[in-house]
Ligand binder design. Structure first.
Ligand code: FES
Ligand SMILES: [Fe+2]
Length: 392
């Protein structure tokens, strides 16, 4: 892990056009989202046999389910007959998954179980017609899926960082509610950029700044997992909710190791996932591209099972503080998008406090080399130009 950038001499943001270009938005989805680990759910969202969740991601949808034997499976949510979506939302499935179109049914391991009018399908090998499996990996109780197989494992990605998370015992947490989904008027990268630096905290988040002593530089590993540690300030905030949180959290978190009683950890996992970890709870920000200049933000919250009344109060305070911070981040990101859309802004310099953004932008430049161009390619030529640059 490094907390200092190699050199900031040439560090500058991606050019503004990359934040509002429809062809690039499509390319990024193929090159960066389908090939990366995406958060699906927590193991306790699918705790019992036959529990399932679906993750809608761009043009794709993935089913995560727990089989009768307790094993977790992940499949593309498209029937092998003519492609209909098989499941919606979340819940408990039956012993077979049945497509609502013509009734093809699948075992919970994805294998095709049966289809009406079997004799009319001549020459097809049923064993090849199961639901298409996708990569699935669980880390600290968090279930991730990867649509296009291959690439580095989650374990490898988090290898030198996981020790910072393990003390919070995320695997014991349970969902607080259904994931909340919000819509931000900015490109998904604006949201991720914002998550990757604490330079904006003193000005952009006065509440956080009163509450927390933030590591303004943060750290990043070779796989782009970035993080920062913030500690509750010993000096009590002038705001009542923050002050109560400061007072209560260390005491109520006393069953966790002492080093995390009053510590909040913020992580970003490329390309699009923020993880915020507190003693009492955790939340995720999963930025999902919509149009080139809008995104949706999937925001699930998980809490430690703890029936104490005071813990309920602590979680309320946390939610109150973080709701405000999310609103501030959304407003700031939408202001950035407005500037990126306008004439006269091409790119900007990055501070050494923003070295994690520099790393992320280099990942975008590597996956989609066309983003190295200062101006957008002519309409209709972006994919081809990108192919040429990849080949060069
Ligand atoms: S599309 Fe699923 S059974 Fe026909
Ligand atoms: Fe922020």
């Amino acid at each position: 892990m490094t907390d200092t950038p190699p050199t900031q001499k040439t560090a500058r943001t991606l050019p503004a056009w990359t934040y509002h270009n429809a062809e690039l938005n499509e390319l990024e989805y193929d090159a960066m989202f389908r090939t990366s680990w995406q958060f699906a759910c927590h193991i306790n969202d699918v705790k019992n046999p036959r529990d399932f969740m679906t993750l809608d991601l761009g043009r794709d949808s993935v089913i995560v389910l727990r089989g009768e034997d307790g094993e977790l499976w992940a499949f593309i949510n498209a029937c092998s007959h003519r492609g209909a979506r098989v499941l919606d939302g979340s819940g408990q499935c039956k012993a077979r998954l049945t497509c609502p179109y013509h009734g093809w049914s699948y075992h919970l391991n994805g294998a095709l179980a049966g289809r009406p009018a079997e004799a009319t399908f001549s020459g097809t090998d049923k064993s090849t017609l199961g639901l298409r499996a996708v990569d699935l990996e669980v880390i600290c109780g968090l279930v991730f899926v990867r649509i296009v197989p291959g690439g580095v494992s989650l374990k490898e990605m988090w290898k030198d960082t996981i020790h910072l998370i393990e003390p919070y015992r995320l695997e014991e947490m349970v969902p607080l509610s259904e994931p909340w989904v919000d819509h931000w008027n900015c490109n998904w990268k604006v949201g991720v950029d914002n998550n990757l630096e604490n330079y904006h905290v003193p000005i952009g988040h006065p509440g956080y700044h009163r509450l927390l002593d933030s590591d303004i530089t943060g750290f990043i590993n070779a796989h782009g997992v970035a993080g920062s540690k913030s500690t509750l300030r010993p000096q009590l905030s002038s705001n009542w909710a923050e002050r109560m949180y400061q007072t209560m959290a260390p005491r109520l978190n006393s069953d966790l190791p002492a080093e995390v009683h009053n510590t909040w950890m913020f992580f970003t996992m490329p390309p699009n996932i923020g993880l915020d970890i507190y003693g009492d709870s955790m939340d995720l920000f999963q930025f999902l591209p919509a149009t080139a200049s809008t995104c949706s933000v999937r925001y699930p919250i998980y809490v430690r099972p703890d029936a104490r009344r005071e813990m309920k109060v602590l979680r309320y305070l946390n939610a109150r503080i973080n709701r405000q911070v999310s609103a501030e981040d959304k407003m700031l990101c939408e202001r950035v998008q407005s500037g990126l859309n306008s004439y006269g802004f091409e790119f900007g310099p990055l501070s050494s406090y923003e070295h994690c953004i520099h790393d992320m932008h280099n990942r975008v430049r590597a996956a989609c080399p066309v983003t190295q161009l200062d101006a957008a390619p002519a309409v209709g030529t972006l994919r081809q130009r990108n192919e040429e640059m990849l080949a060069a």
